[in-house]
Design a protein around this ligand. Sequence first.
Ligand code: NAI
Ligand code: MG
Length: 359
Amino acid sequence: MKLNKYHIAVIPGDGVGNEVVPAAIQVLDTVADIHGGVKFEWTYFPWGCEYYIKHGVMMQEDGIETLKSFDQIFLGAVGMPALVPDHISLGGLLLKIRREMEQTINVRPAKLLHGMKSPLANPQDFDILVVRENSEGEYSDVGGRIHRGEDEIAMQTAVFTRKASERAMRYAFSQAAKRRGHVTSATKSNGIPHSMTFWDDVFKEVSQSYPDIRTTSTHIDALAAFFVMKPHVLDVIIASNLFGDILTDLGGAIMGSIGIAPAANLNVERKYPSMFEPVHGSAPDIAGKGIANPIGQIWTGKLMLDFLGYEDLGALILSAIEDTLSDNVKTADLGGEATTPEVTAKIIEHVKRKANSPS
Ligand code: NAI
Ligand code: MG
């Protein structure tokens, strides 16, 4: 069998990042061994707030150039709010990487895992993938404030380009083709008459190239309500930067805990590495206690496997996570008493068992 080697830059970062990243790497190495044709070479970078305190910068000067030579980036979390202001820590590392590596799409699944309890009263099985345009839209730098005081005026201009909108939409369609074949576009063309009618037009045009995929355009306010009332009807969602930001937090919430929510920042052209990082932050309140939930980071590892084309291995990890939750081996955020290493060991046990007895 041909051996494919992947060079992965690892940035555990701060707080619980240092606990959950090694856990996820153990799981990824386990599935790579089982497969036999995949090998990960992990290179650790000590960047983060402690690095900042010592060196006055969040990452080494040629950090971005260094990262460009890797296949992908696997990141834990960044932030030590008691010692370093968040805009410095996030801006100097996370946002810098996302921007310089042109990671223009943010992807977050929201799926009801077996063994998890959703805060929704009677959720049916839901499995949503939110694809968020991550580089422009409402989060633009265009605008300003004048006449400070009583006559003050603030203007903030949303920027939508055909290129970035299309790119994100095409990615959403490509994912729907592998799933249940349905894309919902989050719009608001009834209230935002220029950018959102443009968004609708581009969505219609792009959908022509995917005749097998069913499409719906839903206003963002109604769509937010659907996440609560009937999330099981949704498959892939394509959303602008702001709408996607809000929907992905809602998606994380209905899954049951931020400790399990995964995410990926993708460079879909694969010109530069993509970055895989869970939704949660460095959780300073529980850092160092060995009780951080590793599932968000491990599921994030599954997203990396999917992106590398090993969807079978990704599926193996997700089902081992579900078995572990169903065994009630859970960390404190899920109401359990297990430690980070205990949850990780149980997931690895299920991975090995499943690999030995394929159903
Ligand atoms: P947070 O996500 O770190 O924590 C929020 C709550 O969730 C806390 O109660 C925490 O204990 C809990 N939690 C988070 N991850 C968990 C896990 N794996 N297992 C169990 N419980 C978990 O968000 P917070 O407190 O607002 O931010 C803390 C720091 O993290 C700040 O510096 C913030 O800027 C940074 N941050 C970094 C992110 C990133 O690196 N992508 C994302 C969000 C926040
Ligand atoms: Mg957000």
